[in-house]
Design a protein around this ligand. Structure first.
Ligand SMILES: *[C@@H]1O[C@H](CO)[C@@H](O)[C@H](O)[C@H]1NC(C)=O
Ligand SMILES: *[C@@H]1O[C@H](CO)[C@@H](O)[C@H](O)[C@H]1NC(C)=O
Ligand SMILES: *[C@@H]1O[C@H](CO)[C@@H](O)[C@H](O)[C@H]1NC(C)=O
Ligand SMILES: *[C@@H]1O[C@H](CO)[C@@H](O)[C@H](O)[C@H]1NC(C)=O
Length: 507
């Protein structure tokens, strides 16, 4: 019963992502009375013979990243020569995921092109298991193991035939393909160098035993990008749990910028579930484009930071690179192998190049009188040696309390160089006008209106990308109440030389 339900829900979600919707009712009827019943037939009809081949290995060429012009046939050494397989260079196996159309999605050729762009002499092999992947999701998910086994036999054969070092083999799997890569790695006689899981599929794999999904044991190094780990109908399209040595959750692993989720939600409100379509695909597939970005924009690598949770990361508290706490997103990641999974976070732009610049702002709010907690709107403008970004909103994760240091995460899309100056603005939001009015009245009544204001004397900043730590002081000491925009400049003397001030800023 449970399996049925999951099957149905998966169909709804995945099916919606690719099918062309002409009429909602038509589709609904079709899905419930037509396709919905198909999986059962499939279950009984598709019993794989042990020797049945279900994967094909197409060695693509840099000049034709889109075309399958040469297949390597396991057991046939001539096919290696015919396809000009180079046994001394790196070999990539690109493994697609679930499909309804039965065709390669457009990212496949984009990834092939990007791999050749970076590694000109590489062998980029696209694994074609479309015939199995176009079954209903649950069936396709069940086939991942058999496909993985077949890839493992292919790897064993190629190792035997060409004596290529296995550390040169890098499997890159998207969605269900990530688990296929995992099975391939675990069934190969010797360990392959690396598996990259691009938003590994969640349904049917989440919470499963290590042997039944992608796991760190499957290769010498396993790295994973999670881009759609949000529950939809109680299921997450991408797997939420960490499954590699290093698991990176860009933008918390959900809600990727530029994927127009709001638009999608509006559509869902109007047209129901089938409208999820583009947003789902956009966020799930973002993992692939982040990886492509890392291949193409080597000089602008995005950084990810180890953190206990996305919530803590969003407070800016994890921007340290000490002791391997940060790493490079994508192809150039450092192969850090710890006993436990390392979870890392990063923010991104909405399009390529995806990298952003992360800053932690630590601000101490003080006041002579105890003010009730507030939710002001806080705006910051940053000015650096290479440029500026103005009017960035600081996201409050908790209300502002008197005499407390708050930490914020701020990101800029462009490199502004070394920070020189910043401006800070505090505005009471509407919801607080009544209570702040009350405050004003009461402080007026106590004849203490000036000193009741919240003050900020300095702002401490840590830049994630440059690892610079800076302290900013109020430029004009006369003006530090927050009723107007305040300008901060680098402090004259280092805070380290002034222990008295440090003690004021304890956490
Ligand atoms: C699979 O192949 C092996 C030898 O390669 C053969 O002995 C076996 O009978 C085959 N099995 C099936 C189901 O065809
Ligand atoms: C094979 O790859 C190696 C290094 O990756 C390179 O030096 C060599 O030129 C390549 N051979 C051919 C025929 O492309
Ligand atoms: C906040 O700290 C300042 C400086 O230590 C002190 O003068 C002030 O009374 C404190 N405010 C409250 C509400 O405790
Ligand atoms: C300030 O007020 C809050 C509640 O509004 C209270 O929890 C806190 O203890 C007070 N702090 C001081 C120093 O009076």
């Amino acid at each position: 019963m449970k399996a049925w339900r999951i099957q149905f829900l998966c169909f709804l979600v995945f099916g919606a992502a690719v099918q062309y919707v002409t009429s909602v009712e038509e589709e609904l009827a079709d899905s419930i009375f037509g396709n919905f019943l198909d999986p059962l037939n499939d279950l009984f009809q598709h019993k794989d013979g042990i020797n049945e081949t279900i994967a094909k290995f197409s060695l693509r060429k840099p000049s034709y990243p889109d075309d399958d012009i040469c297949y390597i046939i396991p057991g046939n050494p001539d096919s290696l020569n015919a396809c000009s397989f180079n046994s001394t260079s790196k070999t990539f196996l690109v493994i697609h995921g679930w499909t309804v159309s039965g065709m390669f999605e457009s990212w496949v050729s984009q990834l092939v092109e990007a791999l050749y762009n970076r590694e000109q002499t590489a062998n980029v092999i696209v694994v074609d298991w479309l015939s199995s992947a176009q079954n209903h999701y649950v069936i396709a998910a069940q086939k991942t193991k058999a496909v993985g086994r077949e890839i493992a036999r292919f790897i064993d054969w190629i190792e035997e035939t060409t004596h290529l070092p296995l550390e040169n083999i890098h499997l890159i799997g998207y969605s269900l393909g990530a688990h296929v890569a995992g099975f391939a790695g675990s069934h190969a006689t010797n360990k392959v160098g690396r598996i990259t899981g691009l938003d590994p599929a969640g349904p049917d794999f989440e919470g499963e035993h290590e042997h039944k999904r992608l796991s760190p044991d499957d290769a010498y190094f396993v790295d994973v990008l999670h881009t759609f780990t949000r529950g939809s109908l109680g299921l997450s399209i991408g797997i939420q749990q960490p499954v590699g040595h290093v698991d990176i959750y860009p933008n918390g692993g959900s809600f990727q910028p530029g994927c127009n989720l709001r638009g999608a939600l509006e559509k869902i409100a109007n047209f129901g579930l089938f409208a999820i379509t583009d947003a789902v695909k956009c966020e799930h597939e973002r993992s692939v484009h982040l990886f492509i970005d890392s291949l193409l924009n080597k000089q602008e690598p995005a950084k990810a930071y180890r953190c206990g949770s996305n919530d803590i990361f969003n407070r800016g508290m994890c921007l340290s690179c000490r002791k391997g706490r940060c790493n490079t997103v994508g192809y150039d990641i450092s192969k850090v192998r710890k006993a436990r999974n390392v979870q890392m976070y990063t923010r991104t732009r909405a399009s390529m190049p995806f990298r952003v610049y992360h800053y932690q702002l630590k601000i101490h709010f003080s006041s002579k009188v105890n003010r009730s907690e507030m939710e002001p709107s806080l705006t910051v403008s940053l000015y650096g040696t290479k440029g500026e970004t103005e009017n960035l909103q600081l996201k409050l994760k908790e209300k502002i309390a008197t005499n407390k240091t708050h930490s914020f995460l701020l990101v800029t899309e462009k490199d502004i160089g070394d920070l020189l100056m910043l401006k800070f603005k505090w505005e009471e939001t509407n919801s607080w006008s009544a209570s702040s009015m009350l405050k004003m009245v009461s402080s007026w009544w106590s004849g203490d209106s000036e000193s009741s204001d919240m003050e900020v004397h300095k702002i401490r900043i840590r830049a994630g990308e440059s690892q610079q730590k800076l302290v900013f002081c109020v430029k004009d000491p006369e003006v530090h109440t927050l009723t107007q925009e305040i300008t901060f400049v680098r402090c004259q003397d280092s805070w380290k030389k002034n222990p008295k001030r440090v003690s004021l800023e304890k956490h």
